[in-house]
Design a protein around this ligand. Structure first.
Ligand code: ADP
Length: 286
């Protein structure tokens, strides 16, 4: 089982001709409401890749909270661990202009109230949109699980969590924020001090680099005509968790998860763009 502990947001996306300046009102061309949050996106990705996936998170006891729980469940994620609490459902208010430039305002809301029980075995996957203190306690109390941290968004408070992480996943910006320096392998190694830990830095359209204490593995991205890279990182994390849970060796799982992430860039949005295992296998065979 993949246990995802993370955020759940309603993404309210308004398409505008030009982003509003302070004090200005602009009319949206269109507004859509989508399920989002790194936790929910990664849980959906893991379930679509075929894992038994259980999500632990929190939404409000409001209409939006019920709506988003149903959407997450519709992708095959087990949602009994998604609590409905006395806070607003997390929300991301996103404005996107005609050039693709965006402004985002995030209300953490119920995500600030996520509490998770320790996990025994399987995969534990978390990001940093829920309280880091809670994650530190959870990871320390779940040593029999394979613990994956996607350190996004990066915060210095995550440094205390790193000793309890088995696999760290960051993109280039997150790596620079957590451990500034000129060399990605050295930066990752400065964050991971246990010999059995390893780190992955995703490099967008270039691919990714996995870094162990004594070796490195570069995995190129799969060439695709990317349309919308939103959710690519989440797809990679959730897919990798699912593959490792199924017993796939890391060296095989990395290019497969990268293929899933490449496919994710072909469709708009995050959750609706996550590919199934069959789609990934067909893409690799093509
Ligand atoms: P994030 O979304 O967190 O910024 P990245 O942009 O690094 O993460 O993307 C995560 C992974 O998704 C990459 O390692 C790569 O395998 C895949 N990916 C991202 N963008 C592309 C792209 N344009 N073409 C193919 N694969 C991509």
């Amino acid at each position: 089982t993949v246990h995802v502990v993370g955020s759940i947001n309603i993404d309210i996306i308004a398409r505008v001709a030009a982003l509003p300046k302070p004090g200005e009102t602009v009319l949206a061309l269109e507004s859509t409401r989508l399920a989002g949050g790194k936790g929910a996106n990664q849980a959906v990705a893991a379930a679509r890749m075929g894992a038994a996936c259980r999500m632990v998170g929190a939404v409000g006891a409001d209409e939006g909270g019920g709506w988003i729980r149903e959407i997450i469940a519709s992708y095959g994620v087990e949602i009994s661990g998604i609590a409905q609490v006395q806070a607003a459902t997390g929300a991301a208010h996103i404005a996107v202009d005609s050039a693709g430039e965006n402004q985002i305002i995030v209300l953490p809301g119920a995500n600030a109230h996520v509490v998770a029980e320790p996990v025994d075995g399987g995969i534990l996957l978390a990001q940093l949109e829920v309280p880091v203190q809670m994650l530190t306690t959870l990871f320390a109390a779940s040593p029999s699980a394979r613990r994956i941290l996607n350190a996004a968004p990066p915060t210095p408070a995550a440094l205390a969590l790193l000793p309890h992480v088995d696999i760290l996943i960051v993109n280039e910006h997150e790596l620079a924020a957590l451990a500034p320096g000129p060399s990605a392998p050295d930066q990752l190694r400065s964050l991971l001090t246990r010999p059995d830990q390893f780190g992955i830095v995703t490099l967008g359209a270039k691919g990714l680099l996995a870094v162990w204490p004594d070796r490195e593995l570069f995995v190129p991205a799969w060439p695709v005509n990317a349309q919308d890279t939103i959710g690519a990182g989440d797809c990679f994390c959730g897919s990798l968790a699912a593959l490792l849970d199924a017993g796939t060796p890391v060296e095989q799982a990395l290019p497969l998860a990268a293929a899933a992430a490449a496919l994710c860039t072909l469709k708009p949005g995050a959750a609706p763009a996550m590919p199934t295992r069959a789609e990934v296998d067909a893409f690799i065979a093509s």
